[in-house]
Write a protein that binds this ligand. Structure first.
Ligand code: GLN
Length: 195
């Protein structure tokens, strides 16, 4: 199994390490590879879009000519996980900030995101999250995190914090508003690999 980590900007190496660790934990062969070209997107079995800055990542996706192949492979059923800025890009709809910055979303998941949903005092924080996926809470690291204000159709809320949805799933897509690669807990990566 070859898991691509999109490497145009943002927290790439942490995802590579966490994914390799999750493969080991599951006793599965395979590895995480960094991808930044179309031919590399064609050769992977699943893709992680990391955190960073969604406007920048979106522009670099276009500059590298990756948008069509990411969307096409996603529509063909390739599992994709977007975390933080990557979570923003998975959405079909965004807030005024997404519009204002002309951040082009991949529109793969039926959900609306707000950027920097926890702004101000709570720009960065950590929280224990109850999720639909696991019995034990997941320790979420939030860094200028987005959140989903609406999910519809086949998109399901998997974790909430306050009034926000902070993790959502739709078919083989996963959107995570926090940074699962930074908590030293590979359960979300293992869940993704199982998809
Ligand atoms: N606030 C950033 C954005 O909207 C995301 C921050 C992050 O990925 N840690 O793109």
């Amino acid at each position: 199994m070859k898991i691509g980590v999109l490497s145009v900007q943002g927290a790439v190496s942490e995802h590579v390490e966490m994914t390799d660790g999750a493969l080991r934990d599951l006793g599965r062969s395979g590895s995480a590879v960094v991808v930044r070209r179309v031919d590399q997107i064609e050769g992977i079995d699943s893709l992680i879009i990391p955190g960073g800055e969604s406007t920048t990542i979106s522009r670099l996706i276009d500059r590298q000519g990756l948008r069509d192949s990411i969307i096409k492979r996603g529509q063909e059923g390739m599992p994709i996980m977007g975390t933080c800025a990557g979570c923003v890009l998975m959405a079909r709809a965004g807030d005024d900030d997404v519009e204002r910055t002309d951040t082009k979303l991949l529109s793969l998941m039926d959900m609306k995101v707000v950027r920097n949903a926890f702004g101000g005092q709570r720009e960065s924080f950590e929280a224990e999250l109850d999720t639909v996926l696991f019995e034990e809470p997941f320790h979420g690291v939030f860094i200028r995190a987005p959140a989903m204000t609406e999910v519809w159709e086949d998109c399901a809320a998997l974790a909430r914090l306050d009034e926000h949805v902070v993790m959502a799933g739709q078919a083989d897509f996963l959107a995570v508003a926090f940074h699962p690669e930074l908590s030293g807990d590979s359960r979300i990566h293992r869940y993704f690999l199982d998809l």
